[in-house]
Design a protein around this ligand. Structure first.
Ligand code: GLU
Length: 293
């Protein structure tokens, strides 16, 4: 028998929930609820300088206003440092200290899928320079996966990213490591999130393989853009506005996801019907979609 479905939504509290993240929340919630699965909420508040005071609470309020209920307690990444330290200890044979500055890397590197490809300068030692970040070694074999929406995706990390950071120069654990450790701790079977993270997935699978963790299924949704093709992340809708317009926004998001319309009713009833009708094969298989506000 297949493992029971466990999904999650993992917003970073860098501002109130914008319509692009709401799309990810809604689609992952529907994908879980359609099969009677669990749906967890994790606040990714590791990157303290980017966290905005009050943003996490505002995100929780907005999700509640939409009726996107979660299971279990909210997980806060800032409280999970011991788990990341344990994972780092397990990775001991695969990581090394790096003394390079961003500037040095940018100056000496080719562009990869997500910024400069680390050229491996400190692989054999920092040459006496003080260590800053910790990097994990990558290999030159392709890492691929079948995205439920975007199809086959593969990267060769040695060429596409180079050895990547698992603990930053400021001592903070990197997103790539934290997300892998946390998804495993929650028993996540299905990750539904924006296609802006598609290029991160092979790095996450590399860490799952090194840590001997299962790889979940992935579905990367189109990222919403404005008419100029820019990602909507900087444009925020005030939570009060979102709550007032919940019904209208919900209907528009279902339309963007290619789903059948739902009968006019309170948000909770609309969500129940949307979950019954949920058909992920109707989602446009695109990496970007324009949101006409
Ligand atoms: N915290 C990430 C974000 O808000 C999402 C992480 C994930 O879904 O894996 O962009």
């Amino acid at each position: 028998m297949a493992a029971p479905y466990v999904g999650r939504f993992a917003p970073s509290p860098t501002g109130p929930l914008h319509v692009g993240s709401l799309l990810a929340a809604l689609a992952s919630w529907l994908d879980a609820r359609a099969v009677g699965g669990a749906w967890h909420l994790r606040i990714e508040d590791l990157d303290a300088p980017r966290c905005v005071p009050g943003a996490a609470e505002s995100i929780l309020d907005t999700l509640a206003a939409f009726g996107l209920t979660h299971d279990g307690p909210v997980v806060w990444q800032s409280q999970r440092i011991a788990a990341y330290e344990a994972a780092l200890a397990e990775l001991a044979d695969h990581i090394y200290p790096c003394a390079c500055s961003r500037r040095e890397i940018a100056d000496s590197s080719l562009q990869g899928v997500d910024g400069p490809v680390y050229p491996g300068t400190c692989r054999e030692g920092t040459g006496g320079r003080p260590a800053r970040a910790l990097r994990v070694r990558v290999h030159d074999r392709a890492i691929g996966f079948d995205d439920r929406l975007q199809g086959r995706i593969a990267q060769t990390l040695s060429r596409d990213t180079g050895d990547f950071v698992v603990r930053r120069a400021d001592g903070q654990f990197a997103y790539q490591l934290a997300v892998v450790v946390d998804d495993d701790a929650l028993g996540v079977t299905d990750v539904v999130r924006g296609a802006d993270l598609l290029d991160s997935t092979p790095r996450q699978i590399h860490l799952q393989q090194l840590l001997k963790l299962p790889t979940p299924r992935y579905l990367h949704l189109p990222v919403l853009t404005n008419a100029a093709g820019e990602k909507l992340s900087k444009q925020t809708l005030a939570p009060a506005v979102i709550a007032d317009q919940a019904l209208q926004v919900l209907d528009r998001l279902l339309e963007v996801l290619g789903q059948q319309p739902v009968a006019p009713a309170a948000p909770t009833q609309r969500l129940t019907q949307a979950a019954e009708q949920w058909d992920p094969t109707r989602i446009p298989a695109r990496r970007q979609l324009c949101w006409k506000s």
